[in-house]
Design a protein around this ligand. Structure first.
Ligand code: DC
Length: 236
């Protein structure tokens, strides 16, 4: 892997987008890919989650456009690198909320919040700014279709539903042993439905995205496939 890194120092920087269904392993791949390439990693879902946390804390009525717009004016989002986790973590108005936003309460509301036009405009403008210098890997739902439609490499990830539920359950169970597999399954299904049926920027595979099904792949295998694709693009 380090060999590739040395090669890449001399290559052009690109934008890599990773979109797909919830709990497909997008962020695992995006983080690893960014590390190998020396790129910035941005978890766009964390932005929608942090906005949701703010809305929940401040009882923002999602049906009231004026309230939503006013609330967005009071939100400042930032990613700051943590040497402890070795990753960038999200800050909401100077508070580290990286772990709070993974809570089930946020997960239950986030798709509704992410479906609001004003929320998307707010988040997309910031995401596009982060990509101006390229050398970025961003994961989400509309990154290859809306945020960076001209990205050099677009990956669309999929995995069997049962596998996704198992992976997500394992992750959440470590933090909350009371959680049931049914709850996790229902939440995933609900989020996938809302994310792919909303009016504004629904989850779609970009025409020029390459599909990566990781049902039977280990993280190491999926990384080496994606890395090979990225390296080919940096040479073009
Ligand atoms: O990737 P995630 O599960 O953390 O995303 C949380 C929610 O945010 C998910 O329901 C879809 C939404 N989202 C979105 O609409 N657009 C993005 N670019 C990223 C996430």
């Amino acid at each position: 892997m380090k060999y590739y890194f040395c090669l890449l120092i001399m290559e052009k920087k690109i934008i890599i987008t990773i979109d797909g269904w919830s709990s497909c392993g997008k962020s695992t791949l995006a983080k690893q890919l960014a590390k190998e390439l020396g790129y910035v990693y941005v978890d766009s879902g964390a932005m929608y989650r942090a906005i949701t946390l703010y809305f929940l804390r401040n009882n923002v009525d999602l049906a009231e456009k004026k309230e939503v717009k006013k609330a967005l004016k009071n939100i400042n989002l930032e990613f700051i690198f943590s040497s402890k986790s070795n990753n960038s973590e999200i800050y909401l108005n100077d508070e580290n909320v990286e772990y709070l936003i993974r809570d089930m309460l946020v997960a239950e509301k986030v798709s509704d919040v992410a479906a609001i036009k004003e929320v998307r405009e707010f988040a997309v403008a910031q995401q596009q700014k982060m990509g101006t210098k390229k050398g970025i890997v961003m994961d989400g739902r509309d990154i290859g279709t809306v945020v960076f439609p001209k990205a050099e490499l677009k990956i669309f990830m999929t995995a069997d539903n049962a596998i996704r539920v198992q992976r997500r359950f394992k992750e959440l169970y470590e933090k909350n042993p009371n959680i049931t597999i049914e709850e996790v399954k229902n939440n995933l299904e609900m989020r996938d439905y809302i994310d792919s049926h909303r009016e504004v920027s629904p989850l779609r595979k970009a025409k020029d995205a390459l599909e990566l099904d990781n049902t039977n792949l280990t993280p190491k295998e999926q990384l080496s496939k994606a890395l090979a694709l990225a390296i080919a693009k940096t040479k073009k």
